[in-house]
Structures are given as structure tokens and as C-alpha cells.
Design a protein around this ligand. Structure first.
Ligand code: ZN
Ligand code: ZN
Ligand code: ZN
Length: 166
């Protein structure tokens, strides 16, 4: 009887002891995991916010728009090639210096130009999207005063008409 109880007690103690030792790293693991989850959640949220301001809604103001230069030089046409690699498929024009470089899916020469020269605002020939490298965001070419003349001129060049005013 007593041996039996003792035997039981030992049998009960053993898993308890195991739980105790297993419980400590388990708890740390859970804590670490929850920190990682929180960090991941924050990163995902930041990414979503970025996408939202970028794709869904273009910014209607940009603190870098002053850099857009209206000097009366001839604007490059849509068939202008990238100054560095000669590619014609997906080019952007820099609204500061009016040089034409290829996009990020070609050879990233516009990105390179923006980083080298600090010219933030560019306009894409393919769909007239305006992008500010410093805001990391698309800009509303119609609603930002400095960008609008270029948006309008390229709209006229591409579609033969000015954009419908908003
Ligand atoms: Zn290029
Ligand atoms: Zn430039
Ligand atoms: Zn900006």
C-alpha cells in the first residue's frame, strides 16, 4: 500500500519535474515568439501603410516638389531612351534635370540617378505616374502645383488632350 503510494508519488513527481524544466525554455520561447510576432506585425503594417500611400492613394503634397524645375528646355519624348543603357521599354524623366533613365524593372538607372544627384521627383512615361524618391510615394501629378505643368504636357503628348481638371 505504502509502496504503491510511493510508487505513484514518484510516478507523479517525475512528469512534474520534467514540466518544470521544460517549462522555463518553453516560456522563453513563447516570449521570444511573441516579440518576433509583434515585430513582424509592425513590419507588415509599415509595408501596408507604404503601399497604401503609394499605390492606392498618391500623395497630394510633397515637400520636395520645389525641386521640380520649370526651365524652358525641350521635354524628352516618350520614345527617348535611357541615357545609360539605351533601353526604351520603361523609362522615367527626371523633373529636375529632364534626363531620361530606365525604371527599376530594367536596370534601375533612374533610381541610381536619384541617389547620385538627389533629384527626387520623376515621371513615368508608361502611365504618367509621378514618384517622389524621398517620400517613397507616388504623387498626384494633377494636384501638386509644381508637378502639374509636366503632368499636363505629357498627358497632352501621350493622349492628345489635357487631363480632365479635378
Ligand atoms: Zn538604363
Ligand atoms: Zn535629375
Ligand atoms: Zn517628396
Amino acid at each position: 500500500m505504502e509502496e504503491n503510494r510511493k510508487g505513484k508519488a514518484v510516478a507523479l513527481d517525475e512528469p512534474d519535474e520534467n514540466d518544470m524544466t521544460a517549462g522555463v525554455p518553453g516560456a522563453f520561447e513563447a516570449l521570444r515568439q511573441s516579440h518576433e510576432d509583434a515585430a513582424l506585425a509592425r513590419a507588415l503594417q509599415a509595408e501596408m501603410d507604404g503601399q497604401e500611400s503609394g499605390w492606392v492613394e498618391a500623395r497630394t503634397s510633397c515637400p520636395h516638389a520645389w525641386s521640380v524645375c520649370e526651365a524652358a528646355i525641350e521635354l524628352p519624348r516618350f520614345d527617348a531612351v535611357c541615357e545609360k543603357c539605351g533601353d526604351q521599354s520603361e523609362n522615367w524623366v527626371c523633373l529636375t534635370c529632364k534626363k531620361v533613365y530606365c525604371g527599376r524593372y530594367v536596370n534601375m538607372h533612374m533610381l541610381e540617378h536619384q541617389e547620385e544627384c538627389g533629384h527626387p521627383v520623376v515621371l513615368g512615361f508608361r502611365d504618367l505616374s509621378c514618384w517622389c524618391h524621398l517620400c517613397s510615394s507616388y504623387l498626384d501629378g494633377q494636384l501638386i502645383q509644381e508637378v502639374e505643368p509636366f503632368f499636363n504636357m505629357y498627358h497632352l503628348m501621350k493622349f492628345g488632350s489635357l487631363p480632365i481638371p479635378r
